[in-house]
Design a protein around this ligand. Structure first.
Ligand code: 13P
Length: 252
């Protein structure tokens, strides 16, 4: 049985006070969320606050990115070890905003994945096609190439790997993928994992859907057999909508 995950990616949002408020309200709802692992990925500057507020609960937290070296002269970067030091269990790697806005290549993402494994973090690696690639019937090819290159020469540590399928055109647009399209792509990703690591590992790796997930569409996604949870952007900023989504994931 694969674990189910509700992962909040706050991106570059919230203040310290808002973070504190969110944590207080989330703590009160945790009893309803037993069936899923809840993960919060705030900006780095609030990781300490999340650790303080959620430290003795079932909630995990993670970085939204990391560098590939442990330490050194890399102004502005943060290392996987530093994330571990803040109690992070997870790190998002290869988000499409980093690929597109910050120019991260698959080679860079591959190094970051290696560093995350090395530090004992569970990477949540994001893959997904652009609208143009989908319209040109290239979606599967693009996602396969991302997986092959991003995981090149890497054997996931036994503590795990999470994959998030996030079609770029569905992120922040309000236009989510259809459940059927998401299921088909996620089943395809599982096939690629089988080719890379064998059936057992593929069958036990959680694969999430991300892209305009909301309280009113999560249930349909969770009804699909290969979708193990969601990576949630905009709707994770509001604590009530995040709790509703996490509850739907927990109750499947
Ligand atoms: P939205 O949920 O805002 O579409 O963002 C998805 C995402 O990018 C999560 O990583």
């Amino acid at each position: 049985m694969r674990k189910k995950l509700a992962v909040a990616n706050w991106k570059m949002n919230k203040t310290r006070t808002e973070t504190q408020q969110f944590c207080q309200e989330l703590r009160q709802a945790l009893e309803q969320l037993h069936g899923t692992e809840v993960v919060i990925c705030p900006p780095y500057t609030y990781l300490d606050l999340i650790a303080e507020q959620m430290g003795n609960t079932s909630v995990s937290w993670g970085g939204q990115n990391c560098f590939w070296e442990e330490q050194g002269a890399y102004t502005g970067e943060i290392s996987p070890l530093m994330l571990r030091d803040l109690g992070c269990r997870y790190v998002i790697i290869g988000h499409s905003e980093r690929r597109q806005v910050l120019g991260e290549t698959d080679a860079v993402i591959n190094r970051k994945m290696a560093a995350a494994f090395q530090a004992g973090l569970i990477p949540i690696i994001c893959v997904g096609e652009t609208l143009q690639e989908r319209e040109n019937n290239l979606a599967r090819e693009v996602v396969k190439e991302q997986l092959v290159q991003d995981l090149h020469n890497l054997v996931p540590a036994s503590h795990g790997l999470v994959i998030a399928y996030e079609p770029v055109w569905a992120i922040g647009t309000g236009v989510n993928a259809s459940c059927d399209d998401a299921q088909q792509m996620i089943a395809f990703i599982r096939e690629q994992l089988t080719n890379l690591y064998g059936e057992d590992r593929a069958a036990s790796t959680p694969i999430l859907y991300g892209g305009s997930v909301r309280p009113d569409n999560i249930t349909e996604f969770m009804a699909e057999k290969d979708i193990d949870g969601a990576l949630i952007g905009g709707a994770s900023l509001d604590v009530n909508s995040f709790i509703t989504i996490a509850r739907s994931i927990a109750n499947v």
